[in-house]
Design a protein around this ligand. Structure first.
Ligand code: BES
Ligand code: ZN
Length: 624
């Protein structure tokens, strides 16, 4: 990847894929709008934007703070005299411009969830801006774990979570997905720990505690990532490997054995992998997401270590983001479905190629069930069921629901089945290669869709109800139906169990995790405690080590007052901080006891283990 183009020099020639302006304007506009207007950032990149970051930081576990400097190469447009950064709960110490300390900088007023703009006076000759800073207790991106909260119990641990707008809580940055930059970093950590970033990474602990990183491809700030802990590396394929704490490494390497195959399947579908290496780090269980697509190094929850490789679609998902999201990036968080819907589609195509179509279709049907659930839940906020969101003046986290993922997936699958896979794949490959390292708006994508996939046909475009899919609530009638013979078997067995109450009558010998999930999800709303006890005793749900099955079972148990699961539920909630599991389980607890007392009693013990992403959601649910 070459250096970013300096926009003042090339502005008349350069129009990005993200501009929604009509094409004719290219000739007449002097300062072409290179960047989409940020929505959740104070930055004004069309006046002054960053192109490269040199980060030099110290990670101090005693004070639980990161401190150091963020030095940016910047481009300031002719006549402009300000550059604006995002900060939130950062302590800014000093600002230097081209090596000279300046006093001409200001912190603006605090705006809820957005933070505080840092405005720095510059000239249009300014080349470099350096900000010395430290994080504070309010750094929501960071989770500092004490040794007790790790697998090894001996060393502390730190990880970051920057998406959607938390990067600004640990680095002053222009925190909009439409603004990309390359970076290098020097990170000092305690001598016995390893540091890893979304960049070139070490494979061994360096006893100096000093690590250097480089990210040569330009990325948006939501992909800035750092983790520090007692970590080891195990290779999987030539370009793939896994990091984990020593006691977790072997099971992680076993679980992700097919990673290299996934990478090869992905490349065969939509073009060469742009980031050189693909590794996964398995974090402690408090990680609030299943996975996060930090470039070169996916961050993953240990709850996908099922022991039988059955939950690795998550790896395919995060890997797929190397194209959908990291290479072609949603222009703003209103276009989030372009990141996630494409990624779910791509994930299922990878799973189909590495395993088979039946596998991918089970995932699609489970996704469809999630989608129906979300549509019901959002009945009174129909606008949030549009693909194109309106998150102005809202926390982008509010818009991050299954709609982007599963409605997005079903739109793409519907398109695929209408135009044919061959044609759809040519279109998608061109989407990724033609827009590499650029941002994409929903509007630009729809133009490309009509022109390239539908040969400019207005009729086809209307017939496929594309606008309705994107700009209207709910699911249009032309959605494709997905069928699964493997799930049909489950439904038949479930019927015979419900008719007899006898688990011995059902044949589950070859069932996979996804079939078990379908079994549990298709239980009637009310199940007798006797029936629950019967299946629990026969199939061992309460003591399962499979987190997806466990989470499903716990909700069912709470809804039906099945007390033998209570202790396991409590232990799970205290150990695991993955929000996707926590919200339905706490939700069921609240429904069963609307005083919220039993939920609050568990939460009081569990909360110290959770990342702010999870506590923000749960505090609201539990009126904390
Ligand atoms: N990028 C997301 C996680 C995310 C989304 C973080 C929005 C912050 C804001 C990641 O790729 C993701 O989708 N993770 C899913 C896993 C997946 C298999 C659907 C998760 O964490 O559950
Ligand atoms: Zn994702």
């Amino acid at each position: 990847m070459s250096k970013p183009i300096y926009l003042f020099a090339f502005s008349a020639l350069f129009i990005s894929a993200c501009s929604s302006e009509p094409k004719e304007e290219t000739e007449v506009v002097v300062e072409t709008q290179k960047y989409a207007i940020p929505i959740h950032s104070f930055a004004q990149p069309n006046k002054a934007a960053v192109t490269h970051l040199n980060l030099d930081i110290l990670v101090d576990f005693d004070s639980k703070a990161i401190s150091g400097s963020a030095t940016y190469d910047v481009v300031v447009n002719a006549g402009e005299n300000r550059i604006v950064f995002d900060t939130r709960n950062l302590s800014i110490k000093e600002v230097t411009i081209d090596g000279m300390i300046t006093k001409n900088w200001w912190l603006g007023p605090l705006k809820e969830f957005m933070g505080v703009p840092l405005e720095i006076e510059v000239t249009d000759n300014t080349k470099q801006v350096s900000i010395e800073y430290s994080t504070t207790e309010g750094a929501e991106a960071l989770q500092w774990l004490n040794p007790q909260q790790t697998a090894g119990k001996e060393h502390p641990f730190l990880f970051t979570q920057s998406q959607a707008i938390l990067a600004r809580t640990w680095i002053p940055c222009q925190d909009s997905p439409g603004i990309r930059y390359t970076y290098e970093a020097t990170v000092k950590v305690p001598n016995d720990l390893m540091a890893l970033m979304s960049a070139t990474n070490p494979t061994k602990i360096d006893s100096s505690g000093k690590y250097n990183f480089e990210m040569k491809q330009p990325i948006p700030s939501y992909l800035m990532a750092l983790t520090v802990g007692d970590l080891r590396f195990a290779p999987i394929g030539d370009e793939t490997g896994v990091y984990a704490e020593p006691s977790v490494l072997e099971s992680a390497a076993y679980e992700f054995a097919d990673m290299q195959k996934m990478l090869e399947a992905a490349e065969a579908l939509y073009g060469k992998y742009a980031w050189e290496r693909y590794d996964v780090i398995v974090l402690p269980p408090s990680f609030p997401f299943g996975g996060m697509e930090n470039p070169r190094l996916t961050f993953a929850t240990p709850t996908i270590l099922a022991g039988d490789r059955s939950l690795t679609a998550l790896v395919a998902h995060e890997l797929a983001h190397s194209w959908s999201g990291n290479l072609v990036t949603n222009s703003t968080w209103n276009d989030f479905w372009l990141n996630e819907g494409f990624t779910v589609y791509f994930e299922r195509r990878i799973m189909e190629d590495v395993y088979d179509k039946d596998y991918a279709n089970m995932l699609a049907i489970l996704g469809w069930q999630d989608l129906q659930h979300t549509l019901e839940e959002f009945a009174d906020v129909p606008n949030d069921t549009k693909l194109k969101l309106d998150l102005d003046n809202r926390d982008p986290d509010d818009g991050m629901s299954d709609i982007a993922y599963e409605k997005g997936y079903f739109l793409l699958r519907t398109l695929e089945e209408n135009v044919g896979r061959e044609k759809f794949d040519v279109f998608l490959k061109e989407h990724f290669t033609g827009n590499a390292f650029k941002t994409m708006t929903t509007e630009q994508f729809l133009v490309n869709l009509k022109e390239q996939l539908l040969d400019g046909s207005e009729e086809k475009y209307a017939e496929l109800k594309v606008k309705q899919w994107v700009y209207e609530p709910g699911i249009p009638s032309n959605v494709v139906a997905v069928e699964s013979p493997l799930f049909a078997q489950v439904e038949a067995q479930l019927d015979s169990f419900l008719a007899t109450g006898n688990p011995a009558v059902i044949d589950t010998a070859k069932w996979t995790t996804h079939q078990w999930l379908h079994f549990l999800r298709n239980m009637p709303e009310e199940v007798s405690v006797e029936n629950l006890a019967a299946i629990d005793n026969t199939f061992g749900f309460t003591k399962t080590g499979n987190s997806e099955i466990a989470a499903e079972w716990y909700v069912l148990s709470i809804e039906n007052n099945y007390a033998p699961a209570n202790q396991a539920i409590k232990d799970f909630l205290i150990r695991v901080g993955r929000r996707k599991f926590l919200t339905p389980i706490y939700g069921a607890l609240i429904k069963a006891d609307p005083s919220k007392e039993s939920a609050k009693a568990i939460y009081a013990k569990a909360r110290p283990n959770y990342h702010s992403v999870s506590t923000n959601t749960l505090d609201a649910m539990l009126d904390i």
